[in-house]
Design a protein around this ligand. Structure first.
Ligand SMILES: Nc1nc2c(c(=O)[nH]1)N(C=O)[C@@H](CNc1ccc(C(=O)N[C@@H](CCC(=O)O)C(=O)O)cc1)CN2
Ligand SMILES: Nc1ncnc2c1ncn2[C@@H]1O[C@H](COP(=O)(O)OP(=O)(O)OP(=O)(O)O)[C@@H](O)[C@H]1O
Length: 187
């Protein structure tokens, strides 16, 4: 597996964020909704046998997984503080701002363990390598979950986020699939 210097990953992250922003800014509300509906249709087969789905509340220009979850409730990332590891709590009730600019359940929502994760990303490649926000939250959470039980990770992205190849660090957790509105890549 190739190893990247932190500089490489940082540059890739910056460029991928810019490409994602440019793409999403060019979409009308209707186009965005249609692409997110197409994403949901492609994602549903991966959720058929899931018992507890971890999802996310989109921030910035991330693709919205809400249509993927039309049938049921999901778990959302939850942090007690910026130094905390990522937990998952049941959504469905009210949300409040969490420490990283995302909305999260209140502390009294039930904690649960997902067996399938819908994973936001900045960039991914055809081999299931992923670059995220750079804090390692999903890598650490997936490593902890997979140490206990098989956990399926499905990366969700706009097409523009899929690159030919990305560097992988030793701690990177592989995605089992990457789904976009037009492509389903299984690794
Ligand atoms: N929607 C969403 N929820 C998520 C994540 C994510 O990537 N997306 N996370 C993934 O681990 C976790 C939160 N971790 C995060 C870590 C760092 C930043 C962050 O540095 N954000 C930049 C914005 C960058 C941008 O322009 O997109 C910032 O706030 O300046 C955000 C979330 C759990 N929830
Ligand atoms: N399993 C782990 N145990 C300890 N540290 C980890 C683990 N996984 C990742 N990290 C740390 O997290 C930091 C960020 O990793 P990386 O740049 O791969 O994050 P990312 O996948 O882009 O971010 P995220 O998962 O938050 O969206 C690295 O400094 C790495 O050392």
């Amino acid at each position: 597996m190739p190893t990247a210097s932190p500089f490489d990953k940082e540059a890739l992250r910056r460029d991928a964020r810019a490409a994602r922003a440019a793409f999403v800014r060019g979409l009308s509300a209707g186009e965005r909704q249609a692409l997110e509906a197409a994403l949901a249709a492609r994602t549903l087969p991966f959720l058929a046998n899931a018992r507890a789905i971890g999802s996310y509340v989109p921030m910035g220009h991330e693709i919205d997984p809400a249509a993927c979850l039309a049938q049921g409730m999901a778990l959302l990332p939850w942090f007690a503080s910026r130094d905390d590891v990522m937990h998952f709590r049941v959504s469905g009730g009210p949300l409040e701002p969490g420490p990283f600019g995302t909305m999260q359940p209140f502390a009294d929502a039930a904690e649960a363990v997902p067996d399938t994760l819908l994973v936001p990303l900045v960039a991914a490649d055809m081999h299931g390598n992923r670059i995220g926000q750079g804090k390692g939250h999903f890598d650490r959470a997936l490593a902890a979950l997979r140490a206990v039980q098989p956990t399926i990770a499905i990366g969700l992205a706009w097409d523009v986020q899929i690159l030919e190849a990305l560097p992988a660090d030793s701690w990177d957790q592989c995605l089992d699939a990457v789904v976009t509105p037009t492509r389903t890549l299984t690794t």
